[in-house]
Design a protein around this ligand. Structure first.
Ligand code: FAD
Ligand code: NAI
Length: 469
């Protein structure tokens, strides 16, 4: 290519793509972003993190108003739900965020193209607009940031009205009386919580014998009990094999995971939340020979390079946790690598948060992972029942657990279940990024009275010297 118009073309404007584009522009590159949807921001901003957190926030306030306000001496009567207004509140939040991305792209002088991008050849991206108009862009490098899509269950058609994915579950126009959730993963528990708080009877059918696979077992056991107390029912080691949508109510056939007699569970809405799959449709990967793995993920090396020179990939479309902040960090790293710098992502320190009430937050290794790797470790635990701030807030469910190397005391994992765990985990991530020992956290002054004192106390507990227990 003699002199391409762009240094970099990014396909997809989710947290991976738009962050990559901005970092590349900061580094002096001439950048284009191709996005097939009407708005920027990808899954996260349009139908993922942002709208789900808006509904979680609003429904949590709704429940708090009904349950905790009275106890605090605030008499407001029984709260009344205006679902349409709550949806508007959510939509305004989404709108503000997607417009924010459009503003940032413009501010960084990034050219944007609306249409589906197809890699016609290394360095060439053909953009087809919704109206069928074609144009070809040229660049020295291409970053694939096309994200992921809903995983489907064979034989169960998602109509996004009664049988919904997360996308449909974010826009229901009335509270379903009975909601059946397939999959006790992050989406099932977050959106299951939203609709339970708003009045649905929620039952979650999970294939495995536990909820939230991948998250520390002890955390999940306690968390499941808390969710059950809140009214969510669980059917573990079970699978939904069919949903009959012919009648007024949906009839789901539920079988033991290992096979056996089916039972029928009736529901008004079924939420299918069994994971997400990489999205590469229409990208033309086969044509240019970009390799994918057995799960359809674009294969990259440690520099995010595919096997085709000049073509890179990041975010949900490659291996690793499907998280917005993981995609963002990869976006920054790949832009720096393309610019000749040493971009890098530390996969050992990627926080994971479930935004239910209480929240679950973790970073680093779980006990099971350390045991499997044969690493000797000490455990420090501190319950929120012994934290002053949690007590005055009447929010004492949960605990902080710190896992530290038995020999060096280096922090290897931190797991929190409790109110505001998602904000508290940042301290653990910074400590781990700096290779902190549990004693470093224990000797760091934490403001009183805050929930973060439970993190300090858990660090003290590693050496069996917590003060408030
Ligand atoms: P995406 O955000 O999926 O963006 C990809 C973009 O590429 C899309 O805009 C798509 O239209 C575009 N695209 C695809 N193909 C083409 C093409 N050929 N041409 C042009 N454009 C194309 N993660 C968190 O960290 N925290 C959360 O709280 C959280 N909540 C979530 C809640 C829900 C309901 C869901 C579904 C997901 C949630 N996630 C959350 C996951 C998060 O949304 C993803 O990890 C993140 O969006 C991945 O970013 P990405 O840039 O890789 O891809
Ligand atoms: P998930 O992978 O978190 O959970 C899917 C669950 O479904 C698992 O527990 C799995 O065992 C179960 N399952 C699979 N097949 C099943 C079947 N046939 N019957 C019953 N259960 C079955 O996937 P989820 O919840 O759909 O979320 C997708 C991704 O989106 C997550 O991996 C996560 O990375 C991301 N996300 C992140 C959020 C956050 O960070 N707070 C919020 C929402 C989504």
């Amino acid at each position: 290519m003699a002199n391409p118009a762009y240094d970099l073309i990014v396909i997809g404007s989710g947290p991976g793509g738009y962050v990559c584009a901005i970092r590349a522009a900061q580094l002096g590159m001439k950048v284009a972003v191709v996005e097939k949807d009407k708005t920027f921001g990808g899954t996260c901003l349009n139908v993922g993190c942002i709208p789900s957190k808006a509904l979680l926030h609003a429904s949590e306030r709704y429940e708090e108003t009904g349950q905790l306000f009275d106890k605090m001496g605030i008499k407001v009567g029984k709260p009344k739900l205006d679902l349409a207004a709550m949806m508007k509140f959510k939509d305004e939040g989404v709108d503000g965020n997607v417009k924010g991305v459009a503003f940032l792209l413009k501010k960084n002088k990034i050219d944007t193209f609306q249409g589906t991008g197809r890699i016609a050849a290394p360095g060439k991206v053909e953009v087809t607009s919704a109206g069928g108009k074609n144009e070809t862009l040229e660049a020295k490098a291409i970053v694939i940031a096309t994200g992921s899509d809903v995983a489907r269950l064979p034989g169960i058609d998602i109509d996004e009205t009664r049988i919904v994915s997360s996308t449909g579950a974010l826009v229901l126009d009335k509270v379903p009386e009975r909601l059946l959730v397939v999959g006790a993963g992050v989406i099932g528990l977050e959106l299951g919580s939203v609709w339970r708080r708003l009045g649905s009877q929620v039952i979650v059918v999970e294939f495995l014998d536990r909820i939230l696979p991948g998250i520390d077992n002890e955390v999940c056991r306690q968390f499941q009990r808390i969710l059950e107390r809140q009214g969510i029912k669980f059917k573990l080691s079970s699978k939904v094999t069919a949903v009959d949508a012919n009648g007024k109510t949906l009839k789901a056939s539920v079988e033991p995971a290992a096979g056996g007699a089916a039972e029928t569970i009736e529901a008004d809405v079924v939420l299918v939340s069994i994971g997400r799959v990489p999205f590469t449709e229409g990208l033309g990967l086969e044509g240019v020979g970009v390799r994918t793995d057995n799960k359809g993920r674009v294969m990259v090396d440690e520099r995010f390079a595919t096997n085709v020179p000049g073509v890179y990939a990041i975010g949900d479309v490659i291996a690793g946790p499907m998280l917005a902040h993981k995609a963002e960090d990869e976006g920054v790293a790949v832009a720096e690598i393309i610019a000749g710098q040493a971009g890098h992502v530390n996969y050992d320190v990627i926080p994971n948060v479930v935004y239910t009430f209480p929240e679950i937050a973790s970073v680093g290794k779980s006990e099971d992972e350390l045991k499997a790797a044969g690493v000797a470790f000490n455990v420090g635990k501190f319950p929120f029942t012994a934290n002053g701030r949690a007590k005055i807030n009447h929010q004492t469910d949960g605990f902080v657990k710190i896992l530290a190397d038995a020999k060096t005391d280096r922090v290897l994992g931190v797991h929190i279940v409790g109110a505001d765990a998602g904000n508290m985990i940042a301290e653990a991530a910074v400590a781990m990024e700096f290779g902190a020992a549990s004693e470093d956290i224990a000797r760091t002054c934490h403001a009183h009275p805050t929930l973060t004192e439970a993190v300090k106390e858990a660090a003290l507990a590693v050496a069996k010297r917590s003060i408030n227990m």
